[in-house]
Design a protein around this ligand. Structure first.
Ligand SMILES: Nc1ncnc2c1ncn2[C@@H]1O[C@H](COP(=O)(O)OP(=O)(O)O)[C@@H](O)[C@H]1O
Ligand SMILES: [Mg+2]
Length: 285
């Protein structure tokens, strides 16, 4: 079932920081990517969805469950990876996962822990203390604990931080394997993460949701609006000529300027990066 968010507000420091400003949106079933720059409010939103932090005003419902009145019910349906986590450094990988399984009240957890250890390529580290692991390995254990018990909603705050490209691909494969039973909500500032694993996408900026729809519809926003022009390396570039410059790449034939304009001829195929850039700039100010 979708998660329905109505006029959700959250402030910090006695109201001086407006982290979430009356957000109303629906997070559909399936895989959802939450994009936004640092400080946009992604973690604040996910902490509330994960029932770790309380809301100031507004309403959040999972199915018929209300996040304020049915916190316990909702907690039982959730697996959560916080952006910052302090690990039980003295426990081994297996012991840490066992601890979480016990906390979650999972029975007969042994096989599931072993399959997660296998999936995340941690077999050789099973009996190694967390303190001895690299950042990427710790991150994999942290993701694994969020998936324990096959929760209906898996909420991962910046799960791919610290993972190298191969680990990110493995992470995607593990999630794909498990997503039949789960709804995934992932925050990231890496746009290719969303391209790689999400059907739907939300974009946050300064405490607001400025876009929430399918990845396909996000791409439609920049259809026929992305252009490329190549100029010689030593020419002076008139920046006024281009509405919004997305990127400038040095190529053998010269500088390739990729830009957005509302109209023009010979537009190129837009990428998700283009569409994200367009939405963020459209809502400037
Ligand atoms: N515990 C906190 N106390 C005070 N301010 C906070 C706290 N957590 C986040 N903020 C502020 O709230 C805003 C949103 O932060 P956050 O939700 O962490 O955004 P994101 O995850 O998108 O980077 C930022 O201005 C941040 O500095
Ligand atoms: Mg964050």
């Amino acid at each position: 079932m979708p998660i329905v968010i109505e006029k959700l507000s959250k402030k910090y420091n006695n109201g001086r920081v407006n982290a979430l400003a009356e957000i109303s949106t629906v997070i559909p079933e399936g895989t959802f990517g939450l994009l936004g720059e640092n400080g946009a409010g992604k973690s604040s939103l996910l902490r509330i969805l994960a029932t770790i932090s309380t809301l100031d005003k507004g309403k959040v419902t999972y199915d018929s469950y209300d996040i304020v009145n049915d916190t316990g019910m909702i907690r039982n349906m959730i697996g959560y990876l916080p952006q910052k986590f302090d690990f039980f450094e003295k426990l081994t990988v297996y012991e840490m996962l066992e601890y979480i399984a016990l906390l979650k009240g999972i029975k007969n957890y042994k096989d599931e822990i072993m399959s997660l250890i296998e999936d995340f390529n941690l077999k050789e580290k099973e009996n190694v203390k967390i303190s001895k692991l690299s950042g990427g390995m710790k991150q994999r254990v942290a993701i694994a604990q969020a998936l324990l018990g096959n929760p209906k909603y898996v909420i991962l705050d910046e799960p791919t931080v610290g993972l190298d490209p191969t680990e990110r691909l493995r992470f995607r494969n593990v999630l794909n394997k498990r997503k039949q039973n789960s709804n995934l909500i992932i925050s990231t500032h890496i746009i290719s993460d969303v391209a790689m694993m999400c059907e739907n996408v939300g974009i946050m900026k300064a405490g607001k949701i400025i876009f929430c729809d399918s990845v396909e519809n996000l791409l439609k926003k920049v259809e026929n609006k992305v252009f490329i022009e190549t100029v010689s390396n030593n020419s002076v570039i008139d920046e006024k000529k281009y509405n919004k410059i997305i990127s400038i790449l040095r190529k053998p034939e010269g500088l390739e300027i990729r830009y957005i304009a509302e109209e023009g001829e010979n537009s190129v195929m837009p990428t998700l990066e283009d569409a994200y850039f367009y939405m963020i700039n459209l809502n400037e100010g």
